[in-house]
Write a protein that binds this ligand. Structure first.
Ligand code: PMP
Length: 429
């Protein structure tokens, strides 16, 4: 890439959550393999992000590449209306088998946010079909479910700036975020405000929507699994649906295959995305129970009112099926556990540092929360100089490497984080 390419990028291309007038620097990556990204100037960076929870098997995986090559020679895409194809069927067979038993009807879509839109629409249509329309969702603060309007309406109201969309965005119910951490003793009082909110609005609530156990982009918070067992029971008692957004947590990242498994519960609707294709293509799946699917289908519309152009894209389905096969055959559990142990021993001592407010580790996720927000551009440049790719945000520096990372590579990531938190110059006051 030439300097002119980078200038063009700055002037014409929007990057996630960036300004067009004051864009942050971007680093040109020309290839990636295993757990390393290669910059245009030849430098190699150890990847600590898995491209936002997605590239769990590392980059350029020969089996994933082969699955895409084989599929592309047959067909890269075909419409899903009135047509099916072997890759979609193979993928959905695996998804039905791998998810909790009551989830058996799969809707394939393009991205995580759309999976959430689909889940919310399913809940609305479910209640409409029952002749008892309900239009509100109950969730808690610090959640994150995507950037489309439906998804955004159940994201944390402050983080996703609901004030900007006032009058346009539907107003849902927000309980305080769980305070009881994953490893804390269960505190009965923690769930009381949530239970009260549900009781006060029980006739209006279509579904509870939550990220099980890990609140990701809304703060990287890990909460007690008892929350899920209680909510599951409350939803059952009231006949309210439960939507689990496993887009970030699914496929082993938290140490269990699904985060719901920490609590042994099954939702009525589950959203999957990100690591579904091993980080190669955009694809999501929303799974529902047969009861939800049949109720919707027997309603006034006679069908579920959704059908995107690239639904069930064969290329994405083929690589997703292969990614699930890799998980099935592989040793993700041992890998995630080993990463977790190394993250704990490497990051926990940082708790003593002046800049650090908290250190937490769950599965293959390590989080260092600082007292002050990071200077993103300066810290990012420092990390690149250290030969690592770590993308902090706000007061969070976190690692979630591919499951196949070698311990020396992980040690390099941990060393870079340790050096960063010891330097006050990287934090804004
Ligand atoms: N739900 C959760 C829990 C997520 O973490 C994300 C993405 N960060 C989404 C939904 C939205 O997914 P996408 O970015 O693929 O639209």
């Amino acid at each position: 890439m030439t300097p002119a390419d980078l200038t063009f990028d700055q002037q014409h291309i929007w990057h996630p959550y960036t300004s067009m007038t004051r864009p942050l620097p971007v680093y040109p990556v020309v290839s990636a393999a295993g757990c390393e990204l290669q910059l245009a100037d030849g430098r190699q960076l150890v990847d600590g992000m898995s491209s936002w929870w997605a590239a769990i098997h590392g980059y350029n995986h020969p089996r994933l590449n082969q699955a895409m090559k084989t599929q592309i020679d047959r067909m890269s895409h075909v419409m899903f209306g009135g047509i099916t194809h072997p890759s979609a069927v193979a993928l959905c067979q695996k998804l039905v088998a791998m998810t909790p038993e009551p989830l058996e009807c799969v809707f394939l879509a393009d991205s995580g946010s759309v999976a959430v839109e689909v889940a919310m629409k399913m809940a609305l249509q479910y209640w409409h079909a029952k002749g008892e329309p309900r239009q509100r969702f109950l969730t808690f603060r610090h959640g994150y479910h995507g950037d489309t309007f439906g998804a955004m309406s159940v994201c944390d109201p402050d983080n996703s700036m609901h004030s900007l969309w006032q009058g346009y965005l539907p107003e849902h119910l927000f309980a305080p975020a769980p305070q009881c951490g994953f490893e804390d003793d269960w505190d009965e009082m923690d769930i009381v405000p949530f239970a009260r909110l549900m009781a006060a609005h029980r006739q209006e609530i279509a579904a509870v929507i939550l990220e099980p156990v890990v609140q990701g982009a809304g703060g990287m918070r890990f909460y007690h699994p008892e929350w899920l067992r209680r909510i599951r029971k409350m939803c059952e008692r009231e006949g309210i649906l439960l939507i689990a957004d496993e887009i970030a947590t699914g496929f082993g990242r938290t140490g269990k295959f699904f985060a719901c498994d920490h609590a042994g519960i099954s939702p009525d609707i589950m959203c999957l995305g990100k690591a579904l294709t091993g980080g190669t293509m955009t694809l999501s799946a929303t799974l529902a129970t047969r009861e939800v699917a049949e109720t919707i289908s027997d309603g006034e519309a006679g069908c579920f009112m959704h059908g995107p152009t690239f639904m069930g894209n064969p290329l994405a389905c083929a690589v997703a099926a292969e990614s699930l096969a890799l998980l099935d055959e592989g040793c993700w559990q041992e890998q995630v556990q080993a990463i977790g142990e190394q993250l704990k021993s490497g990051l926990k001592p940082l708790q003593q540092c002046e800049q650090v407010a908290d250190v937490r580790v769950l599965g293959a996720i390590g989080v260092v929360e600082t007292h002050h927000p990071v200077d993103m551009a300066a810290l990012q440049a420092f990390f690149v100089d250290q030969g690592v790719w770590i993308r902090p945000f706000g007061r969070l520096i976190y690692l979630m490497p591919p499951y196949v990372i070698a311990s020396e590579q992980l040690a390099k990531l941990i060393a870079a984080v340790s050096a960063a938190v010891k330097n006050p110059a990287f934090f804004r006051r």
